[in-house]
Design a protein around this ligand. Structure first.
Ligand SMILES: Cc1cc2nc3c(=O)[nH]c(=O)nc-3n(C[C@H](O)[C@H](O)[C@H](O)COP(=O)(O)OP(=O)(O)OC[C@H]3O[C@@H](n4cnc5c(N)ncnc54)[C@H](O)[C@@H]3O)c2cc1C
Length: 285
């Protein structure tokens, strides 16, 4: 487990007021919310390492677990990329810029960034699974000199659902090798068609002993990604997954997100694959 340094109060029920400074539409039904903590003293102390998440709280509606998808220093905002699904995320979408809500957090485990130093790194994302990976990718690009080859394999349902499409070009120009595949093409799509796990199969020779793979997306995608990487000779201990489960308390009390021996909210969401592989096929409780 990765423990994260923060000097925030230990009480996990404390909520902090936040303001929506900006809403950036991404793809249909998905937007990135720039959230600024209202209290300057909380703002200066709050840290959220890549991979961790907050519980976004809409008073009178409820809470939803949402991963941090970035940070903008100029606005002092923590970014959350959200798909509108049910009550909480619909209410969030209705608020718009200037809206007020609250958050609890940060919670959960982070991507193993320090363990990536000196190694090749392959990021494998499916759909909105790119959001929790984005801060880890940006960290890796910023630390480029201390890492080996960096690769992003990205799968989307169709070209119109490729998340952060403009940012992909910036990442390419900064040395990230990117391959994108879609399940269904549109007229004009000249890229690959097929599931993202095929990109893992076809990846240029892997330095298997010196590669770390981070993956986030639907469970079935992560399972097949891990299987492909294992068949390519990677060790399970170098494969990290980020799991989503029905989550309510976020601190391991309520048991909603228990999966095998782990509570995804506090032992995850980022977990080493060898730890979770036997339980991976289980559905939500
Ligand atoms: C650790 C963690 C990190 C997460 N990070 C993110 C994130 O970065 N961005 C994000 O958008 N979501 C993220 N989620 C998922 C998010 O917490 C759920 O979508 C949440 O249920 C939304 O709350 P709601 O009240 O709007 O919808 P709910 O009322 O809980 O759900 C309404 C209906 O939509 C369905 N549903 C829920 N989620 C989805 C979905 N993603 N796609 C399609 N149908 C869905 C549910 O099954 C339910 O039937 C994360 C979840 C976890 C556990």
């Amino acid at each position: 487990m990765t423990h994260c340094a923060t000097d925030m109060p230990a009480n996990p029920w404390t909520t902090y007021a936040v303001e929506i400074v900006d809403v950036e539409p991404e793809i249909l039904g998905v937007a990135t919310y720039s959230l600024r903590l209202t209290d300057p003293s909380v703002r200066s102390r709050y840290r959220c390492e890549p991979g961790r998440f907050n519980m976004l709280y809409l008073p009178g509606v409820g809470e939803a677990a949402i991963s941090v998808s970035g940070y903008t220093p100029e606005w002092e905002c923590w970014l959350h990329t959200v798909r509108t699904a049910g009550a909480v995320t619909q209410s969030l979408a209705a608020l718009g810029a200037g809206g007020k809500l609250a958050l609890r957090g940060p919670f959960g485990t982070a991507w193993p960034l320090q363990r990536m130093l000196g190694r090749d790194v392959v990021f494998v994302a499916g759909g909105i699974g790119l959001a929790p990976l984005r801060p880890a990718i940006e960290w890796a690009i910023a630390q480029r000199a201390k890492l080996g080859r960096l690769t992003l394999l990205l799968g989307a349902r169709s070209p119109k659902t490729i998340l952060y499409a403009r940012q992909l070009e910036q990442w390419r120009s900064r040395g990230l090798h990117i391959e994108v595949t879609v399940d269904r093409s549109d007229p004009g799509w000249l890229g690959r068609i097929g599931v993202v796990t095929l990109l893992v199969d076809r990846l240029r020779p892997l330095d298997t002993g010196n590669t770390t793979l981070l993956t986030c997306g639907p469970d079935v995608m992560m399972r097949y990604t891990a299987r492909s990487a294992l068949e390519r000779g990677m060790a399970a201990e170098n494969i990290w997954v980020s799991l989503e489960r029905n989550m309510q308390c976020a601190v391991g009390f309520c048991g909603h997100c228990q999966l095998g021996p782990a509570f995804i909210c506090k032992d995850g969401p980022v977990l080493r694959y060898d730890r979770m592989a036997p339980f991976f096929a289980a559905e939500d409780l």
